[in-house]
Design a protein around this ligand. Structure first.
Ligand code: SF4
Length: 380
């Protein structure tokens, strides 16, 4: 059975194209330190050999950008790069990659008084000059604050959509159409809703699908499958990433899982349980990347999963994040949140900071908080 796709435009990313005329592309991301050139090249090549159509790398500094230039020389993989706060790094990285991803919610960090429109105009110019594509990557944990302020805090979807639509309008107005959009959330139901609503208004724009911080396998694969079955089954989605919290030597599982989900949808083997996570303990965890602050992060995520099993019948969300870049913001909506620093793990209850604890003490602290939360839920 052929997957019927929305008629999206073609966007060239190195040796492949995104869009409905082309197969759905499968992506992954490195979690090595970008300046560790040998390790990063080895992982990029492993992912390419496993079938990755595009491999993404995080770049936060000029030194990372210099390392990227060397990585480019040592691989033929299609490379994408993730810009975070400093959008100006684009001109340093674009000569070495095929796609640059920027997050509209991070543009205000650098040169905060400059209008975002000027920054996007600059990014489109850099992309044109270097023959690369852009991704407008909107993420639930870092939505443009100006958009969030306009809406009820309970509505997390509309600010994401408004942000994405206005960036599309600006890029189109600049006559730059070589871009795709992503709208990611850790809740698969929200991923479905936000992407459906986006595609209703902009059915021509290729969509990159993903459930952010899907977490450890198999749960991370299940959450992602739920969203992808609902979307790809309706013709929405031109490229995908399955974000899994696994060590680098297992990163190719992201590619294998993505390919299997696409093959199952094409064959009509769909089995979504759409209320997954509604009534049960939900552990969300980032997949880690070069910014991860302590290698113990992956093991900690696994230990959190094991330790919290006793509470699995309770509708409680625990977020485990690998660094200070996205950790503080993306733990805000969880009942309990952990984000890792080099030597300490920060613990939060809702949006409230409870303190920072050594790696060997954090599980005990988390358990005390979880016990209290479970007891409160039982009483209420
Ligand atoms: Fe990378 Fe930090 Fe995001 Fe984890 S939270 S994927 S370490 S940027």
């Amino acid at each position: 059975m052929q997957i019927q796709r929305n008629p999206t435009r073609s966007v060239k990313i190195g040796s492949i194209f995104l869009g409905s005329e082309h197969p759905i592309a499968v992506q992954s991301m490195t979690a090595t330190h970008t300046q560790d050139i040998d390790a990063t090249v080895a992982l990029v090549n492993d992912l390419q050999a496993a079938g990755a159509d595009v491999v993404r790398i995080a770049v936060d500094s000029k030194k990372d950008a210099e390392a990227l230039a060397e990585i480019r020389k040592q691989t033929t993989a299609n490379l994408s790069v993730d810009l975070q706060e400093n959008y100006r790094l684009a001109e340093l990285v674009a000569p070495h990659v095929d796609k640059v991803r920027y997050n509209p919610g991070h543009l205000y960090h650098h040169e905060p008084t400059k209008p975002w429109q000027e920054k996007v105009t600059y990014l489109a110019g850099v992309a044109k000059d270097n023959d690369v594509a852009l991704r407008v990557g909107v993420n639930c944990g870092s939505v443009d604050p100006a958009k969030k302020e306009k809406y009820d805090p309970a509505d997390s979807i509309t600010p994401m959509l408004e942000s994405a639509w206005e960036h599309c309008d600006l890029l189109d107005g600049l006559d730059f159409t070589r871009y795709c959009v992503s709208l990611k959330d850790s809740d698969p139901r929200k991923v479905v809703e936000v992407n459906k609503r986006f595609a209703e208004r902009r059915p021509d724009v290729p969509l990159h699908l993903g459930v952010t911080e899907a977490g450890l396998p198999p749960d991370g694969v299940i959450k992602t499958r739920i969203a992808f079955e609902q979307l790809i089954g309706r013709g929405i989605g031109d490229t995908i990433r399955v974000s899994l919290t696994v060590p680098n030597n297992r990163k190719k599982e992201e590619i294998e899982a993505g390919r299997k989900i696409i093959a199952d949808i094409a064959a009509g083997r769909v089995r979504s349980v759409v209320d997954y996570g509604l009534q049960t303990l939900n552990i969300i965890a980032c997949p880690s990347c070069s910014r991860v602050e302590n290698e113990a992060f992956i093991e900690l995520a696994q230990q959190v999963k094991e330790m919290t099993r006793y509470a699995e019948k309770h509708a409680i969300t625990i977020a485990v994040m690998g660094c200070r870049v996205n950790g503080p913001g993306e733990t805000d909506d969880a009942d309990l949140g952990l984000w890792c620093g080099p030597n300490f793990v920060n613990l939060k209850r809702g949006g409230i900071e409870l303190g920072a604890y050594p790696y060997d003490a954090i599980l005990g602290k988390l358990k005390s908080e979880l016990d209290a939360l479970v007891a409160a839920r039982i009483v209420s």
